[in-house]
Design a protein around this ligand. Structure first.
Ligand SMILES: CC1=C(CCC(=O)O)c2cc3nc(cc4[nH]c(cc5[nH]c(cc1n2)c(C)c5CCC(=O)O)c(CCC(=O)O)c4C)C(CCC(=O)O)=C3C
Ligand SMILES: [Fe+2]
Length: 423
């Protein structure tokens, strides 16, 4: 470990503190060995002790966890992986074949390689660096739901190395079945697979972080930068926020219970409003904004959240809007849904209708976001130790629970066990 720069230098030891060697002699003056300066040696020992106690104190900030697991969707990394990946994602889900072939085309258009795993490896690297900077020594592992490295393999490897209490950080910020419970079901399935091999592993999860400032404020800053450069070019930006569409029934049931619901769309609307207010205040203008959706799938007869981002760009153009800042607040990195559905399709639509589109980057490995994830890890560890925590929130003052409540964001097709919750 490096010496912490802000630590006090060890005090000069007094003569009576100079340690005594095993034979009852101080090491100075031992015959045949060059004389050792007893003061310097004592200082070294004091430093070593100090470092050890610092180390223990540091590790206790993450107690009881032995590793963080970045838990993500996964994606193919070569053309031969595309169809097996898509079949895994859609198993038992009634996605029409035409839709699968169409999605396979999107991947093949990029050489059959999704950027998502590389982006997650970069995030793991950034998380590791930020933890190291703060003197936190936990390993950061990688486990996917739909592609290698699979979550169960990662947990098995961790167990083989003696780790049994892990903390999942997912690459999904909001609340709905696809963004939360489905991850929890896949974590439970991985835990079950290991249990069948006689291995016991516990996994907790950080709260959904749509309103953790590390995520929300980083998004606000990125949108501000994009809007500012449109204004510097003489345009008036119209803010279009975009997220993954869902079947309306999935949005209706997102959240703590049937009577509440619509948590997914509500969270996005609240964040879009808050960011718009923030950008406007920073730039000294009143900006218009809307929330739109992308990446719809499922049969046409099934209603999904609307408006589609492409339809909305056409409608805005018809109203005379010329400059759109497109903010993909629903996504954490520039993966396939962003590079295809937005940077390919939406960009084409904008060109067709004469809109100048400036696409805001996703949070990716933004330092504020990465630092926020480390804060979430520390927060969850403190919570697991039974300490009082004051979870920071923006917008609003309601953090999502890190242990999901019974029945939240239900699986509408089959009931399955889910980890990190009370049901
Ligand atoms: C809310 C949400 C997120 C955001 C939260 C999160 O990040 O988890 C997300 C992320 C992602 N979705 C992804 C890919 C896919 N999603 C699909 C299908 C679906 N997604 C849904 C929702 C979401 N999806 C839904 C309701 C479906 C319908 C079928 C079902 O109910 O499951 C399909 C099947 C084909 C199709 O229908 O398009 C694919 C291939 C990738 C990987 C990208 C890459 O490879 O770079 C990522 C990050
Ligand atoms: Fe998806």
């Amino acid at each position: 470990m490096n010496h912490p720069t802000d630590a006090q230098p060890p005090a000069e030891p007094r003569p009576e503190e100079v340690p005594v060697g095993p034979e009852g002699t101080t090491s100075a003056g031992t015959a045949g060995v060059p004389p050792v300066d007893p003061v310097a040696q004592a200082q070294d020992e004091v430093v070593a002790e100090l470092e050890e106690s610092l180390q223990q104190e540091e590790d206790s900030r993450l107690f009881p966890y032995q590793a963080v697991v970045l838990t993500s969707f996964g994606g193919p990394e070569g053309p031969e992986e595309v169809m097996p990946f898509l079949r895994r994602v859609t198993a038992g889900r009634g996605i029409p074949d035409e839709r699968l072939e169409e999605v396979a085309e999107h991947y093949l258009h990029f050489g059959g390689r999704s950027p998502i795993n590389d982006q997650n490896r970069a995030l793991i690297e950034a998380l590791g660096q930020e933890m190291q900077r703060r003197g936190l020594t936990l390993p950061v592992l990688f486990g996917n739901r739909n592609s290698e490295p699979f979550l169960d393999d990662t947990l098995r490897q961790a167990h083989e190395e003696g780790m049994t209490r892990l903390l999942a950080v997912t690459t999904s910020a909001y609340s709905c079945y696809s963004s939360c419970r489905q991850y929890r079901e896949d974590i439970a399935a991985a835990i079950d697979t290991l249990a069948a091999e006689g291995r016991t592993v516990n996994v907790d999860k950080v709260r959904q972080y749509w309103n953790h400032p590390g995520f929300s404020r980083a998004n606000a800053r990125l949108v501000t930068e994009a809007a500012r450069s449109v204004m510097e070019g003489g345009g008036m930006p119209h803010l279009v926020f975009v997220t993954h569409s869902l079947p309306v029934t999935m949005d209706d049931t997102s959240g703590p219970g049937d009577d509440e619901g619509n948590l997914y769309s509500t969270q996005h609307l609240q964040l879009a409003d808050a960011i718009t207010g923030e950008v406007g205040a920073t730039l000294g203008v009143e900006l218009e904004h809307d929330l739109t959706y992308c990446s719809r799938s499922g049969p046409p007869s099934q209603p999904w959240l609307e408006p589609d981002v492409n339809d909305h760009l056409r409608a805005l153009a018809a109203r005379g809007v010329r400059h759109v800042v497109l903010a993909p607040i629903g996504f954490v990195s520039d993966h396939m849904e962003v590079v295809f559905d937005l940077d390919t399709e939406a960009v084409e639509t904008a060109q067709e209708v004469g809109i100048e589109l400036s696409r805001v980057p996703t949070v990716g490995t933004d330092a504020e976001f990465v630092s926020g994830l480390v804060d979430l890890v520390l927060e969850r560890a403190a919570e697991a130790r039974g300490e009082m925590v004051a979870p920071p929130c923006w917008p609003g003052d309601e953090p999502r629970p890190s242990v999901c409540r019974p029945g939240c964001c239900p699986n509408l097709r089959v009931a399955k066990p889910a980890a990190c919750g009370t049901d």
